[in-house]
Design a protein around this ligand. Structure first.
Ligand SMILES: C[S@@+](CC[C@H](N)C(=O)[O-])C[C@H]1O[C@@H](n2cnc3c(N)ncnc32)[C@H](O)[C@@H]1O
Length: 467
């Protein structure tokens, strides 16, 4: 065994040898190949064609992911202002696959049960394009905070971000969702090449423990899925008991559910019935092996609950304090707001709690006993006789939705200084309006607010967001 591979646990290698047979050597060799790096375009904010024109570093399409691109290892895309404008998410290429096979559509109600830090939730939210509802949940509150940040960076206005044990979501959302993604906590075997620490932490006992958790979670997911709905179960492990084993358990316990084919790709491998309880339909599961594709190990199963989906959208009912509306409206007039996130602004969705202003998702439902980190978009704060906009509001705005803008080219050094919290010198011809609130943009894409006084742009980029 090559010294470079010593970190791989022997029991893991023996099991993989049994699973893969003739393919085992190729699998092992893949651990000496460099890993790949990916980003996924936020198609709610920018088209792929436009992104390809303006991106300032080399990219090449990931062939099995619409909107996914490889970038070279020596590039740091998180240092580019387009990243702070929420134009893309950095994600390992295989990990982009589950959402791309769930085919989320605008208007659907979608749940991401184990969502932090948001790799899949941001893709789901982008696909909804502001219509319908995304519930992004993670049991860990600290991880859910990182999830909220990514949802806000992506400018997703129609989401609940929650931190609750999935069993407590079930009574709130019985047969509610059109689509659910369960990207389960798993033993992470597929990520050993990316993160050797995972291999050091691995044990068969842990995998067994996790498989029991996955069994509970997958039944809970099925119970929140409406007839006609789709559930995508995914892991980043090769362990059969966590993959086909979990899906088998669902098929046994929820016999109405069926495995369906998902859009294929030449590098995908079929699931193996013998690795579960032998149900022939387990071949419809998909495995991604690092020796067959340019990505890390992954497992996916797309499940359907037969029945007719009833399409209905429940209206939002709020009883807002309308006296505050004039302050918000005055701000909107000052910046010349035309729409929000591609849709006309709907005053019925405004909720005011104390001095905080929120824009609720366009869907309501009765919810108790859930720990919310966010219900909709945090728009800003009411101060004495005025409204102060938030950073998430800036990021929820699309290119061209506001007229008081200062837009700088991506190479402009002032963008980095803005993101560090500094004031900027702005030439009069660079600002669309001579004073007051401005939306600072990179190539037209909103980054954050500032206030122009003479030629000085006072920085309103919040300290918690700065570089
Ligand atoms: C594989 S990660 C999710 C990654 C995420 N979907 C993404 O794409 O960024 C699994 C998540 O499950 C959460 N988790 C762990 N135990 C859980 C449990 N018992 N119930 C629900 N979620 C759990 C973890 O906090 C973790 O964030």
């Amino acid at each position: 065994m090559n010294d470079d591979l010593k970190y791989l646990p022997e029991e893991f290698l023996n099991r993989m040898n049994n699973m893969l047979g003739d393919d085992f050597q190729a699998f092992l060799n893949s651990y000496q190949q460099p890993r790949t790096f990916g980003l996924r375009v936020n198609t709610a904010k920018i088209s792929c064609e436009e992104f390809e024109k303006i991106v300032p570093f080399p990219i090449s399409p990931i062939p099995w992911i619409p909107g996914g691109y490889f970038y070279p290892e020596n590039v740091r895309p998180s240092k580019c202002a387009f990243y702070q404008a929420g134009l893309y998410y950095l994600q390992e290429p295989s990990a982009m696959t589950p959402v791309s096979r769930l085919l989320p559509k605008p208007g659907e109600y979608i749940l991401d049960m184990c969502a932090a830090p948001g790799g899949k939730a941001t893709a789901l939210g982008a696909a909804l394009k502001g219509h319908g509802l995304l519930v992004a949940n993670d049991i860990s509150t600290s991880r859910a905070r990182a999830l909220l940040r990514n949802i806000e960076l992506f400018g997703i206005p129609n989401s609940f971000v929650t931190s609750t044990a999935p069993k407590d979501l079930v009574p709130c959302f019985p047969e509610f969702f059109h689509k659910i993604i369960l990207d389960a906590p798993c033993s992470g075997e597929g990520m050993f090449r990316k993160d050797e620490a995972l291999a050091k932490d691995w044990s068969p006992a842990k995998s067994q423990e996790l498989s029991l958790i996955q069994r509970e979670l997958i039944l809970q997911a099925a119970d929140m899925l409406r007839p006609g709905g789709y559930l995508l179960y995914s892991t980043c492990t090769f362990a059969p008991q966590e993959d086909e084993g979990t899906v088998s358990y669902l098929l046994e316990n929820r016999p109405d559910m069926e495995l369906v084919e998902m859009p294929g790709y030449e590098g995908f491998s079929d699931g193996v019935p013998a690795w579960g309880k032998g149900q022939p339909q387990l071949t419809r599961c998909v495995r991604i092996f690092p020796h067959k594709m340019n990505g890390e190990g992954h497992f996916m199963a797309l499940l359907h609950k037969p029945g007719q989906t009833i399409s209905e959208i429940s209206p939002v009912f709020t009883k807002p304090n309308r006296t505050a509306f004039e302050y918000i409206d005055a701000f909107f007039r000052e910046i010349g707001l035309k729409s929000l996130g591609g849709q006309p602004f709907d005053w019925n969705r405004v909720e005011i709690k104390g001095d905080k202003v929120y824009y609720l998702p366009p869907v309501s439902c009765s919810i108790r006993r859930i720990n919310f980190l966010r219900n909709g978009l945090y728009m800003g704060d009411l101060k004495k006789n005025r409204f102060e906009p938030s950073q998430p509001l800036a990021l929820a705005l699309h290119k061209g939705e506001v007229s008081s803008v200062i837009t700088l080219p991506v190479q402009d050094q002032r963008l980095e200084r803005y993101l560090k919290g500094e004031t900027l010198l702005i030439n009069p011809e660079e600002a669309a309006s001579p004073k007051g609130w401005q939306l600072l943009c990179v190539e037209g894409y909103p980054l954050g607010f500032g206030k122009l006084v003479g030629q000085t742009l006072k920085n309103k980029y919040p300290s918690g967001w700065r570089l």
